[in-house]
Design a protein around this ligand. Structure first.
Ligand SMILES: [Zn+2]
Length: 252
């Protein structure tokens, strides 16, 4: 009977949204591309998220608990549970607000308009947008071989993709400035189309209409690869803010 009671308790409880991130953005900027957490672990930690795969093999996103990898050639695959991830941010996404959006002409305009819908801008926020875009500009990165170069070098050959009149999901996070070094301050969004055939790390877009779901998060943790000599030897005292700005932008 005790067993049963415990089981019912577990079922009834709604888990509060919690961010789990694999390593930190500065380990990725420093060239730590060997995967540590598995895709299976990531799925146990969250239903929505973004990141990259072992050896910086493309852009990764989690939508509705499904992990997608957008490769350098633009193709989309679903990595197996034993594949590994060097950097990612996931959350068990529970939206607290849903809003209809229409005609947002650019990423810049989105950045200006959306904060008014967020009650507390001093905590991390996850978003999921479902709808139509008149324009979507994404990129993906090329799989790296050892010795790994810092991300500022490795991302120089990024592939950029431009789509017109495309429907799909945009997922990602808005982090306060204080996460600098740990994650990406400001917006960081990835896209996947409705048919799950294309996507990537978002550089710019023009939105037609759709629904934005917003989830404010009050619980935040990072998981580092225990025993990693690469992590022990990496210089994490360096300010990589300028490198991050370059890495996050278009090379055109
Ligand atoms: Zn990204």
């Amino acid at each position: 009977m005790i067993c049963c009671a415990a089981l019912f308790c577990g079922c009834a409880a709604t888990a509060q949204p919690r961010i789990t991130q694999v390593a930190i953005i500065d380990t990725l900027l420093g060239g730590m591309y060997d995967g540590s957490a598995t895709v299976g672990q990531l799925k146990s930690w969250g239903t929505l998220g973004i990141g990259t795969m072992h050896q910086l093999d493309g852009e990764m996103l989690v939508v509705d608990g499904v992990v997608y990898q957008v490769k350098y050639d633009g193709s989309v695959i679903r990595p197996g549970d034993s594949e590994t991830i060097p950097f990612a941010t996931v959350v068990n996404f529970v939206p607290s607000k849903r809003i209809r959006l229409g005609n947002i002409k650019s990423f810049k305009e989105f950045e200006k308009q959306i904060p008014r819908y967020i009650a507390n801008r001093n905590v991390p926020v996850a978003v999921r947008f479902t709808g139509k875009f008149s324009f979507m500009h994404t990129r993906s990165v090329e799989r790296q071989e050892k010795p790994y170069r810092p991300l500022i070098e490795a991302s120089k050959n990024q592939a950029e993709f431009k789509f017109k009149n495309i429907s799909g999901n945009m997922v990602g996070f808005l982090f306060p400035k204080y996460v600098k070094g740990m994650n990406v301050p400001g917006w960081h969004l990835h896209f996947i189309d409705k048919d799950r055939r294309c996507g990537g790390h978002i550089l710019d877009f023009s939105m037609l209409n759709g629904e934005l779901e917003i989830c404010e998060i009050y619980d935040f943790r990072a998981v580092f690869p225990a025993g990693s000599t690469h992590l022990a030897q990496l210089d994490l005292n360096k300010d990589r803010g300028q490198e991050l700005k370059k890495v996050e932008s278009s090379r055109e």
